[in-house]
Design a protein around this ligand. Sequence first.
Ligand SMILES: *Cc1c(COP(=O)(O)O)cnc(C)c1O
Length: 385
Amino acid sequence: MNLPEILLLGPGPSPVPPEVLSAQAAPLLGHLDPAFLSLMEGIQADLRTALATANPLTLPISGTGSAGMEACLVNLVEHGDRVVIGVNGVFGKRMAEIGRRAGGEVVEVEVPFGRPLDLEEMQHAIDDGPTRIVGFVHAETSTGVLQPLDDLLGRIKEAGALSVVDCVTSFCGAPIQLDALGIDCLYSGTQKCLSVPPGLAPVSFGPRAMAKVAERASPCPSWYLDLSLLGSYWGSERVYHHTAPIAALYGLATGLGLVLAEGLEARWQRHTKIGNAFWQGLTALGLEPAVEAGLRTPMLTSIRVPDGVDELNVRKRLRDVYQIEIGGGLGEWKGRVWRVGLMGHGARMSSVVRVLSALADALNVEGKSVSASEAIAEAERAFGD
Ligand SMILES: *Cc1c(COP(=O)(O)O)cnc(C)c1O
């Protein structure tokens, strides 16, 4: 292989620290070797710490974030269950689609891209039930909206429904106190703010979600993602289910170790501070985030493409001249925004400086007259405050 070195500042994957990369190159153990089993126990303990939960069923699914999404829904949803999904971007849509395929009667409660969910509309759809399950996305990576959790989760619990929360992008980048918030079921991924290569999806099921799984009339329609089978390998019985992705789990163990060594609070604050510095720099470049401040995720910013600027030319220039990857828009926002991720190992001032100066150059090529040094100075001033 002859691979270029690209700074990953898109919507994921994020840059991976060298410690994680070298951990994945360590000699393999058998998936039932006692040393590997103790590594698994460590991963589960660290996942519980990082999510602030005591849920015994907290484990990484072998698959990307979407496999985590599917694992939650195929285990919880039974044929005919009413499932309400909040949709404010691509990933909410995906949840709804998986809910339907799992046999649920899915009701989508949609708001335009760039907006958080409408709580009254959600309440109305839930009350129109009986609703068994309510799913929504915490940090919608297709837009960069951070959904406030408290009020919505309270309403779901009040209605006697189970909550399923997509924390793929928020995990390790924004506060999630699973038990204190009363989340019933949560899934995440490794390649966003955790900064581990894609391929694993941490999930956690609380007691009410486990009770629903235990009461199923028919077995989970997915054999690979069946939690009762997965739980027998990750639990004390250690029954073979599928061969664990050993090297990927070395990476996860190491990545979680780095997160806890930094400290969760410190890591959340770092994302907030870096996101804010980037926004100040963008303003100096005459660019505008597509989501209003206060609703915006710090780890993923959608930026409106200014009139007269070629969206794709700018991204190409960043990739080819500056070795920086940023994302384009998805769905309704295709061609209308750039998406810049400052996630995990990538959430640092050196990334902000590199991407602001590359954007300034690309905008100048597009005929806008902007100053890289002013933008960097603004970002550094905001970071120092
Ligand atoms: C990335 C992402 C997913 C999907 O994860 P994959 O690893 O691409 O399967 C789901 N939800 C959100 C919010 C994401 O950002």
